[in-house]
Ligand binder design. Structure first.
Ligand SMILES: Nc1ncnc2c1ncn2[C@@H]1O[C@H](COP(=O)(O)OP(=O)(O)O)[C@@H](O)[C@H]1O
Ligand SMILES: [Mg+2]
Length: 249
């Protein structure tokens, strides 16, 4: 039952029975992670298309990060699965999956050394050498032209976060998982990262799932928002409706 004054946003699960269902770039179907008798993520159904940003919000401990970690299989769902372009991700090799599904977290976690070393690390792991031209293109894309030889110790927080985007983009991901990517940054650096996220999703038609606590940020970036409580999706719909219904500020 609804409390007086509270609006419930209708939640339409993406099910096979739904005649309007569009296959997404990434689609969670009944994704659950149970530890003991506790469901950290509880039957999440959501689909995100190419070029779309979905904001994921909810109180601390709601299961947002736990959900993202299931999408690139850092953790294993105890039931349900994820489809990547219509293919069950359990049929994909993990290294292929991790390249397809890039992740950027709250802090950049760069390796000691140069920007070049960080951006070329992933490809080097599988025996590919990124040419300087490719590295320059990636750095230009994230607004760091000319930074290739910089020691990462000399970077600002915002610059370091751009390097972590460039490092992820070196794998040409179709899907980006962003876990509060601006929460450690000041307003100006946050806005610059927001612009970058908008540009990347648009230019490269990436499907993006972004955890944020910041309602104005969700409004700026995401047409749709998913609100989680106790591991469950309790609202999924137009960002403003979802945020207003759940008093997210
Ligand atoms: N590996 C784990 N084992 C047991 N509980 C966990 C584990 N990881 C997270 N949790 C718990 O799951 C809940 C959801 O955590 P999390 O996904 O980090 O929430 P959010 O990102 O929404 O703040 C929290 O109560 C957290 O303590
Ligand atoms: Mg979290």
């Amino acid at each position: 039952m609804d409390l007086p004054g509270e609006r419930t946003v209708p939640f339409r699960a993406a099910t096979l029975a739904d005649p309007n269902r569009q296959p997404g770039e990434v689609e969670a179907r009944g994704v659950t992670r149970q530890i003991g008798d506790r469901k950290l993520v509880d039957h999440v159904n959501v689909s995100v298309g190419r070029g779309e940003i979905l904001a994921v919000t909810g109180a601390s401990g709601a299961g947002k990060s736990s959900f993202l970690r299931l999408v690139n299989r850092l953790d294993e769902p105890t039931s349900g699965t994820i489809f990547i372009r219509g293919r069950d991700y359990r049929q994909m090799e993990t290294p292929v999956l991790r390249r397809r599904v890039g992740m950027v977290m709250q802090s950049a976690n760069l390796f000691p050394g140069t920007v070049r070393g960080n951006v070329s690390f992933g490809p080097a792991q599988r025996g590919d050498t990124l040419g300087d031209e490719v590295i320059e293109q990636l750095l230009e894309k994230v607004g760091l032209a000319g930074y290739v030889a910089r020691d990462v110790n000399t970077l600002s927080g915002g610059e370091a976060q751009r390097v972590s985007f460039a490092r992820t983009l070196a794998n040409k991901p179709g899907i980006l998982l962003l876990d509060e990517p601006t929460s450690a940054l000041d307003e100006e650096a946050s806005r610059a990262i927001e612009d970058l996220i908008l540009k990347l999703t648009e230019e490269d038609q990436i499907a993006c799932l972004m955890v944020t606590h910041n309602a104005p940020q969700a409004m700026r970036l995401a047409k749709r928002t998913m609100y989680m409580t106790s591991g469950k999706v309790v609202a999924l719909g137009p960002t403003k409706e979802v945020l207003d219904a759940h008093n997210v500020v």
